[in-house]
Design a protein around this ligand. Structure first.
Ligand code: AMP
Ligand code: MN
Length: 328
Protein backbone atom coordinates (compact mmCIF):
# COMPACT_ATOMS: atom_id res chain seq x y z
CA UNK A 1 0.00 0.00 0.00
CA UNK A 2 1.35 3.48 -0.84
CA UNK A 3 1.90 5.96 1.97
CA UNK A 4 -0.94 8.06 0.55
CA UNK A 5 -3.34 5.11 0.83
CA UNK A 6 -2.02 4.32 4.31
CA UNK A 7 -2.72 7.87 5.46
CA UNK A 8 -6.17 7.79 3.81
CA UNK A 9 -7.08 4.57 5.72
CA UNK A 10 -5.68 5.96 8.95
CA UNK A 11 -7.85 9.08 8.62
CA UNK A 12 -10.97 7.07 7.76
CA UNK A 13 -10.50 4.80 10.80
CA UNK A 14 -10.21 7.63 13.33
CA UNK A 15 -12.52 10.47 14.32
CA UNK A 16 -10.96 13.33 16.26
CA UNK A 17 -8.03 15.16 14.74
CA UNK A 18 -5.75 17.97 15.77
CA UNK A 19 -4.25 19.76 12.78
CA UNK A 20 -1.14 21.86 13.21
CA UNK A 21 1.80 23.32 11.31
CA UNK A 22 4.91 25.42 11.88
CA UNK A 23 5.12 28.57 14.02
CA UNK A 24 4.82 31.86 12.08
CA UNK A 25 2.71 30.11 9.45
CA UNK A 26 2.95 31.00 5.75
CA UNK A 27 0.47 30.62 2.91
CA UNK A 28 1.08 26.92 2.40
CA UNK A 29 0.70 26.06 6.07
CA UNK A 30 -2.40 28.22 6.59
CA UNK A 31 -4.28 27.24 3.43
CA UNK A 32 -3.28 23.56 3.60
CA UNK A 33 -4.54 23.27 7.17
CA UNK A 34 -7.86 24.89 6.20
CA UNK A 35 -8.26 22.57 3.20
CA UNK A 36 -7.50 19.52 5.33
CA UNK A 37 -9.95 20.61 8.03
CA UNK A 38 -12.72 21.09 5.46
CA UNK A 39 -11.98 17.69 3.91
CA UNK A 40 -12.09 15.88 7.26
CA UNK A 41 -15.30 17.63 8.28
CA UNK A 42 -16.86 16.52 5.00
CA UNK A 43 -15.89 12.96 6.02
CA UNK A 44 -17.79 13.44 9.31
CA UNK A 45 -14.70 13.86 11.49
CA UNK A 46 -14.20 16.37 14.29
CA UNK A 47 -11.26 18.71 13.77
CA UNK A 48 -9.37 21.41 15.60
CA UNK A 49 -6.61 23.53 14.06
CA UNK A 50 -4.04 24.83 16.53
CA UNK A 51 -1.10 27.10 15.60
CA UNK A 52 1.50 28.79 17.78
CA UNK A 53 1.04 32.09 15.88
CA UNK A 54 -1.80 33.83 14.03
CA UNK A 55 -1.88 33.70 10.20
CA UNK A 56 -0.51 36.67 8.23
CA UNK A 57 -3.38 39.16 7.81
CA UNK A 58 -3.63 38.79 4.01
CA UNK A 59 -5.07 35.28 4.46
CA UNK A 60 -8.18 36.56 6.25
CA UNK A 61 -10.39 36.01 3.18
CA UNK A 62 -9.58 32.29 2.87
CA UNK A 63 -12.56 29.96 3.20
CA UNK A 64 -12.85 28.58 6.77
CA UNK A 65 -10.14 30.92 8.15
CA UNK A 66 -12.08 31.26 11.44
CA UNK A 67 -11.29 27.65 12.22
CA UNK A 68 -7.69 28.56 13.10
CA UNK A 69 -7.06 28.70 16.82
CA UNK A 70 -3.89 30.21 18.27
CA UNK A 71 -2.27 28.50 21.26
CA UNK A 72 0.96 26.93 22.35
CA UNK A 73 -0.26 23.77 24.08
CA UNK A 74 -2.21 20.83 22.67
CA UNK A 75 -4.95 19.64 24.97
CA UNK A 76 -8.00 17.48 24.51
CA UNK A 77 -9.01 14.02 23.40
CA UNK A 78 -7.69 13.56 19.87
CA UNK A 79 -7.15 10.25 18.12
CA UNK A 80 -4.23 11.73 16.20
CA UNK A 81 -2.47 14.90 15.19
CA UNK A 82 -1.78 15.82 11.57
CA UNK A 83 1.37 17.91 11.31
CA UNK A 84 1.91 19.81 8.06
CA UNK A 85 5.15 21.37 6.74
CA UNK A 86 7.32 20.56 9.76
CA UNK A 87 10.71 18.85 9.65
CA UNK A 88 10.36 18.10 13.36
CA UNK A 89 7.74 18.57 16.10
CA UNK A 90 9.63 21.49 17.65
CA UNK A 91 8.92 23.61 14.55
CA UNK A 92 5.27 23.76 15.61
CA UNK A 93 6.24 25.52 18.87
CA UNK A 94 3.15 23.79 20.25
CA UNK A 95 3.75 21.77 23.42
CA UNK A 96 2.33 18.39 24.35
CA UNK A 97 2.01 17.07 20.78
CA UNK A 98 4.10 14.04 21.82
CA UNK A 99 0.96 12.76 23.52
CA UNK A 100 -0.77 12.02 20.19
CA UNK A 101 0.16 9.74 17.29
CA UNK A 102 1.24 12.07 14.48
CA UNK A 103 0.65 11.94 10.74
CA UNK A 104 3.62 13.83 9.29
CA UNK A 105 3.07 15.42 5.86
CA UNK A 106 5.95 17.58 4.62
CA UNK A 107 7.90 18.64 1.55
CA UNK A 108 11.23 19.61 3.15
CA UNK A 109 14.26 17.60 1.97
CA UNK A 110 15.33 16.86 5.56
CA UNK A 111 12.66 15.55 7.93
CA UNK A 112 12.96 13.76 11.28
CA UNK A 113 10.17 11.30 10.46
CA UNK A 114 8.60 11.88 13.88
CA UNK A 115 5.18 10.48 12.96
CA UNK A 116 3.51 7.09 13.08
CA UNK A 117 3.01 7.77 9.38
CA UNK A 118 5.49 9.93 7.49
CA UNK A 119 4.91 11.25 4.00
CA UNK A 120 7.77 13.48 2.91
CA UNK A 121 7.94 14.53 -0.72
CA UNK A 122 10.58 17.19 -1.45
CA UNK A 123 9.58 17.20 -5.12
CA UNK A 124 6.14 18.59 -4.22
CA UNK A 125 5.88 22.36 -4.70
CA UNK A 126 3.77 22.73 -1.57
CA UNK A 127 2.07 20.59 1.05
CA UNK A 128 -1.11 21.79 -0.69
CA UNK A 129 -0.02 19.85 -3.78
CA UNK A 130 0.46 16.71 -1.65
CA UNK A 131 -2.98 17.12 -0.05
CA UNK A 132 -4.53 17.24 -3.51
CA UNK A 133 -3.28 13.66 -4.05
CA UNK A 134 -4.37 12.59 -0.56
CA UNK A 135 -7.89 13.92 -1.18
CA UNK A 136 -8.01 11.89 -4.41
CA UNK A 137 -7.47 8.77 -2.29
CA UNK A 138 -10.43 9.64 -0.02
CA UNK A 139 -14.17 9.46 -0.73
CA UNK A 140 -14.36 13.24 -0.99
CA UNK A 141 -15.99 15.91 -3.12
CA UNK A 142 -13.46 18.58 -4.15
CA UNK A 143 -15.51 21.67 -3.26
CA UNK A 144 -14.65 25.16 -4.61
CA UNK A 145 -13.62 26.13 -1.05
CA UNK A 146 -11.17 23.24 -0.65
CA UNK A 147 -9.89 23.87 -4.19
CA UNK A 148 -9.36 27.59 -3.47
CA UNK A 149 -7.33 26.77 -0.35
CA UNK A 150 -5.14 24.19 -2.08
CA UNK A 151 -4.60 26.59 -4.98
CA UNK A 152 -3.59 29.33 -2.51
CA UNK A 153 -1.10 26.97 -0.83
CA UNK A 154 0.54 26.22 -4.18
CA UNK A 155 0.42 29.80 -5.44
CA UNK A 156 2.14 31.20 -2.37
CA UNK A 157 4.77 28.46 -1.90
CA UNK A 158 5.84 28.73 -5.56
CA UNK A 159 6.02 32.55 -5.40
CA UNK A 160 3.20 32.72 -7.95
CA UNK A 161 4.65 29.87 -10.05
CA UNK A 162 8.09 31.52 -10.26
CA UNK A 163 10.32 29.47 -7.96
CA UNK A 164 12.24 26.37 -9.05
CA UNK A 165 9.83 24.10 -7.15
CA UNK A 166 7.31 24.83 -9.94
CA UNK A 167 7.05 21.72 -12.15
CA UNK A 168 4.69 20.51 -14.86
CA UNK A 169 2.87 18.55 -12.15
CA UNK A 170 2.32 21.78 -10.22
CA UNK A 171 0.40 23.23 -13.17
CA UNK A 172 -1.54 20.00 -13.67
CA UNK A 173 -2.73 20.09 -10.06
CA UNK A 174 -3.40 23.84 -10.28
CA UNK A 175 -5.44 23.31 -13.47
CA UNK A 176 -7.55 20.64 -11.76
CA UNK A 177 -8.11 22.96 -8.81
CA UNK A 178 -9.28 25.72 -11.15
CA UNK A 179 -11.66 23.24 -12.79
CA UNK A 180 -12.93 22.36 -9.32
CA UNK A 181 -13.78 26.01 -8.63
CA UNK A 182 -10.61 27.82 -7.49
CA UNK A 183 -10.67 31.25 -9.15
CA UNK A 184 -7.08 32.49 -9.82
CA UNK A 185 -8.12 36.13 -10.21
CA UNK A 186 -10.09 36.08 -7.02
CA UNK A 187 -7.35 34.35 -5.03
CA UNK A 188 -4.78 36.88 -6.32
CA UNK A 189 -7.04 39.74 -5.28
CA UNK A 190 -7.95 38.20 -1.89
CA UNK A 191 -4.43 37.13 -0.93
CA UNK A 192 -1.80 39.07 -2.92
CA UNK A 193 -3.65 42.39 -3.20
CA UNK A 194 -5.03 42.40 0.31
CA UNK A 195 -1.99 43.37 2.34
CA UNK A 196 -1.97 45.99 5.07
CA UNK A 197 -0.78 49.52 4.31
CA UNK A 198 1.74 49.13 7.14
CA UNK A 199 3.32 46.18 5.33
CA UNK A 200 4.11 48.37 2.32
CA UNK A 201 5.47 51.11 4.61
CA UNK A 202 7.62 48.50 6.32
CA UNK A 203 8.89 47.36 2.92
CA UNK A 204 9.87 50.95 2.14
CA UNK A 205 11.85 51.11 5.39
CA UNK A 206 13.41 47.71 4.80
CA UNK A 207 14.57 48.57 1.30
CA UNK A 208 16.40 51.49 2.89
CA UNK A 209 18.53 48.91 4.75
CA UNK A 210 19.56 47.08 1.56
CA UNK A 211 23.28 46.27 1.47
CA UNK A 212 25.61 44.28 -0.79
CA UNK A 213 28.96 42.59 -0.31
CA UNK A 214 31.88 43.69 -2.50
CA UNK A 215 31.02 41.09 -5.17
CA UNK A 216 27.44 42.46 -5.37
CA UNK A 217 26.31 38.83 -5.46
CA UNK A 218 25.20 38.74 -1.83
CA UNK A 219 22.56 41.18 -0.61
CA UNK A 220 20.71 41.57 2.68
CA UNK A 221 18.05 43.58 4.42
CA UNK A 222 17.60 44.03 8.16
CA UNK A 223 14.56 44.53 10.35
CA UNK A 224 14.90 45.86 13.86
CA UNK A 225 11.98 45.94 16.26
CA UNK A 226 11.72 49.72 16.06
CA UNK A 227 10.64 49.51 12.42
CA UNK A 228 7.61 47.46 13.42
CA UNK A 229 6.60 50.07 15.99
CA UNK A 230 7.16 52.97 13.59
CA UNK A 231 5.19 51.49 10.71
CA UNK A 232 2.54 49.71 12.75
CA UNK A 233 3.36 46.47 10.93
CA UNK A 234 3.10 43.15 12.74
CA UNK A 235 5.74 40.43 12.78
CA UNK A 236 3.59 38.34 10.44
CA UNK A 237 3.37 41.19 7.89
CA UNK A 238 6.93 40.34 6.81
CA UNK A 239 6.18 37.15 4.84
CA UNK A 240 7.71 37.31 1.36
CA UNK A 241 9.69 40.53 1.88
CA UNK A 242 12.90 38.47 1.94
CA UNK A 243 12.62 37.98 -1.83
CA UNK A 244 13.11 41.61 -2.90
CA UNK A 245 16.95 41.67 -2.94
CA UNK A 246 16.94 38.70 -5.34
CA UNK A 247 15.30 40.88 -7.99
CA UNK A 248 18.67 42.60 -8.57
CA UNK A 249 20.47 41.17 -11.62
CA UNK A 250 23.80 40.28 -10.04
CA UNK A 251 22.44 39.08 -6.72
CA UNK A 252 22.55 35.28 -6.34
CA UNK A 253 21.79 34.88 -2.64
CA UNK A 254 20.15 37.11 -0.09
CA UNK A 255 19.43 37.23 3.60
CA UNK A 256 16.75 38.87 5.70
CA UNK A 257 17.85 39.50 9.31
CA UNK A 258 15.04 39.98 11.80
CA UNK A 259 15.78 41.03 15.35
CA UNK A 260 14.19 38.82 18.00
CA UNK A 261 16.15 40.59 20.75
CA UNK A 262 19.57 42.25 20.97
CA UNK A 263 21.24 38.83 21.19
CA UNK A 264 19.30 36.77 18.64
CA UNK A 265 18.19 37.04 15.05
CA UNK A 266 15.90 35.09 12.79
CA UNK A 267 17.57 34.77 9.40
CA UNK A 268 15.74 33.94 6.19
CA UNK A 269 17.82 32.94 3.17
CA UNK A 270 16.92 32.85 -0.52
CA UNK A 271 18.96 31.84 -3.57
CA UNK A 272 18.83 31.55 -7.31
CA UNK A 273 19.60 28.37 -9.27
CA UNK A 274 21.75 25.61 -7.77
CA UNK A 275 22.95 27.51 -4.70
CA UNK A 276 21.75 25.47 -1.71
CA UNK A 277 20.87 27.73 1.20
CA UNK A 278 18.93 24.82 2.80
CA UNK A 279 22.19 22.96 3.46
CA UNK A 280 23.73 26.11 4.87
CA UNK A 281 20.76 26.78 7.18
CA UNK A 282 21.00 23.22 8.44
CA UNK A 283 24.62 23.74 9.50
CA UNK A 284 23.30 26.52 11.76
CA UNK A 285 20.56 24.38 13.26
CA UNK A 286 17.85 25.62 10.88
CA UNK A 287 16.55 24.09 7.69
CA UNK A 288 14.49 24.56 4.57
CA UNK A 289 14.67 24.00 0.83
CA UNK A 290 17.50 24.57 -1.67
CA UNK A 291 16.31 28.07 -2.62
CA UNK A 292 14.45 29.05 0.57
CA UNK A 293 15.61 28.38 4.10
CA UNK A 294 15.84 29.83 7.58
CA UNK A 295 17.65 29.66 10.88
CA UNK A 296 17.98 31.41 14.22
CA UNK A 297 21.39 32.87 15.10
CA UNK A 298 22.58 33.95 18.54
CA UNK A 299 24.78 37.01 18.88
CA UNK A 300 24.81 40.73 18.23
CA UNK A 301 23.91 42.03 14.80
CA UNK A 302 27.40 42.75 13.38
CA UNK A 303 28.65 39.25 14.24
CA UNK A 304 25.54 37.50 12.97
CA UNK A 305 25.60 39.50 9.74
CA UNK A 306 29.33 38.96 9.15
CA UNK A 307 29.06 35.22 9.77
CA UNK A 308 26.08 34.71 7.49
CA UNK A 309 27.40 36.97 4.71
CA UNK A 310 30.75 35.16 4.81
CA UNK A 311 28.98 31.79 4.54
CA UNK A 312 26.86 33.01 1.64
CA UNK A 313 29.94 34.29 -0.13
CA UNK A 314 31.62 30.90 0.46
CA UNK A 315 28.61 29.15 -0.97
CA UNK A 316 28.91 31.13 -4.20
CA UNK A 317 32.66 30.64 -4.42
CA UNK A 318 32.44 26.89 -3.80
CA UNK A 319 29.76 26.57 -6.43
CA UNK A 320 31.71 28.66 -8.95
CA UNK A 321 34.79 26.51 -8.31
CA UNK A 322 32.71 23.41 -8.99
CA UNK A 323 31.52 24.95 -12.23
CA UNK A 324 34.92 26.37 -13.16
CA UNK A 325 33.77 30.00 -13.16
CA UNK A 326 35.71 33.00 -11.90
CA UNK A 327 34.53 34.27 -8.53
CA UNK A 328 34.43 37.94 -9.33
P1 AMP B 1 11.19 31.50 5.87
O1 AMP B 1 12.48 32.16 5.55
O2 AMP B 1 10.80 31.61 7.31
O3 AMP B 1 10.11 31.88 4.91
O4 AMP B 1 11.44 29.96 5.64
C1 AMP B 1 11.88 29.43 4.42
C2 AMP B 1 11.93 27.91 4.49
O5 AMP B 1 12.87 27.51 5.47
C3 AMP B 1 10.60 27.27 4.90
O6 AMP B 1 10.47 26.07 4.18
C4 AMP B 1 10.78 27.02 6.37
O7 AMP B 1 10.02 25.93 6.80
C5 AMP B 1 12.26 26.76 6.49
N1 AMP B 1 12.77 27.24 7.78
C6 AMP B 1 12.79 28.53 8.19
N2 AMP B 1 13.32 28.63 9.43
C7 AMP B 1 13.63 27.38 9.82
C8 AMP B 1 14.20 26.81 11.01
N3 AMP B 1 14.56 27.57 12.06
N4 AMP B 1 14.35 25.46 11.05
C9 AMP B 1 14.00 24.69 10.01
N5 AMP B 1 13.46 25.16 8.85
C10 AMP B 1 13.28 26.48 8.75
MN1 MN C 1 5.63 24.78 2.12
Amino acid sequence: MSIVDEIASFLLERNRFLITSHARPDGDSVASQLALAAALIQLGKSVEILNADPPPPNYRMLPEIDRLRVGRRAEGAFDASIVLECNNLERTEVENLEGYPAVNIDHHPVNDRFGVLNWVDPSASAVGEMLFHLFRALPLRMTPEIAANLYTAILTDTGSFQFSNTRAETFRVAAELVEAGADPGRVARDVMMNQSESRLRLLARLLGTLEFDTSRRVAWITLDRRMLDETGAAENDTEGLVNYPLSVDRVEVCAFFREIDAESYRVSLRSKGDLDVGGLAQQFGGGGHRNAAGLTAEGRYPEVRDTIVRELRNLIETSNRDHGEPTN
